[in-house]
Design a protein around this ligand. Structure first.
Ligand SMILES: Nc1ncnc2c1ncn2[C@@H]1O[C@H](COP(=O)(O)OP(=O)(O)O)[C@@H](O)[C@H]1O
Ligand SMILES: Nc1ccn([C@@H]2O[C@H](COP(=O)(O)OP(=O)(O)O)[C@@H](O)[C@H]2O)c(=O)n1
Length: 218
């Protein structure tokens, strides 16, 4: 069986992590959520805002444990839940636009994908991190559907949220991510776009599994 990498990119709350985790589990691959890494560095920045980003990324210790899902540790503390809170979400696109931050994380992500067998989701995976990925998916959905999905997510996590603020945050973050200077969010030329608006999780997962199997079984 051929060993492949799958890159999943797209705007905020399109369902990338949910689908990438399920696809990895079904295909016996490793799942990596790169957004969590940018969120963890944002948390470190909020704790020490005076540090320049180059110093900050040298000082911190980031550990990712992948085991059907992902846990992320910042200086040995499990921050997997903490990084979903609003203060991190509000600042993450700014932190992710910093050169020192991107260089550090893209390096880690390329090490993780070097041996293949990884489903990785983010914003620049198909364009920068694994441009030679065997399968690239660009996942989108309407802003209102994405805000509704994130509202449910946040309610389940006990994070305060309302629909209007979520629409605004998603639009603001998408704009920042798509217009930043370094590695902006853009669909790779060879990515397959899937509009998940109105689709069930199962249907999106099955579609990607079918695309992956075509490549694996070739
Ligand atoms: N068709 C669908 N595809 C993906 N996620 C969906 C779908 N329908 C509902 N959801 C829900 O939407 C949310 C998407 O969040 P997430 O996977 O974190 O998105 P992203 O990683 O793109 O930010 C999850 O709570 C998921 O259960
Ligand atoms: N590969 C990546 C992944 C995330 N990011 C940044 O990290 C932020 C959070 O990513 P995420 O995947 O957790 O975002 P959600 O859509 O899940 O809220 C994004 O808005 C981007 O600013 C990035 O720049 N590059």
């Amino acid at each position: 069986m051929k060993k492949i990498n799958i890159a999943v990119d797209g705007p905020a709350a399109a369902g990338k992590s949910t689908i990438a985790r399920l696809v990895a589990s079904e295909l016996g691959m490793v799942y990596v959520d790169t957004g969590a890494m940018y969120r963890a560095i944002t948390l470190a920045h909020l704790a020490q805002p005076v540090l320049d980003f180059e110093t900050l990324v040298q000082k911190i210790n980031l550990k990712i444990v992948n085991d059907n899902g992902q846990k992320i540790y910042l200086n040995d503390e499990d921050v997997s839940e903490r990084i979903r809170e609003n203060d991190v979400t509000l600042n993450v696109s700014y932190v992710a636009s910093q050169k020192a931050v991107r260089e550090k994380l893209v390096g880690i992500q390329q090490e993780l994908t070097a041996a293949k067998g990884v489903v990785m989701d983010g914003r620049d995976i198909g364009t920068q991190v694994i441009p030679d990925a065997e399968l690239k998916v660009y996942m989108i959905a309407s802003v209102t559907e994405r805000a509704e999905r994130r509202l449910k997510d946040n309610q389940q996590r006990g994070i305060e949220a309302n629909f209007e603020d979520l629409v605004k945050d998603i639009e603001r973050r998408d704009h920042l991510d798509m217009t930043r200077e370094i590695s902006p969010l853009v669909k790779a030329n060879d990515a397959i776009e899937i509009d998940t608006t109105g689709m069930t999780i199962e249907a999106v997962k099955d579609k990607i599994i079918a695309l992956a199997r075509e490549i694996i079984d070739k």
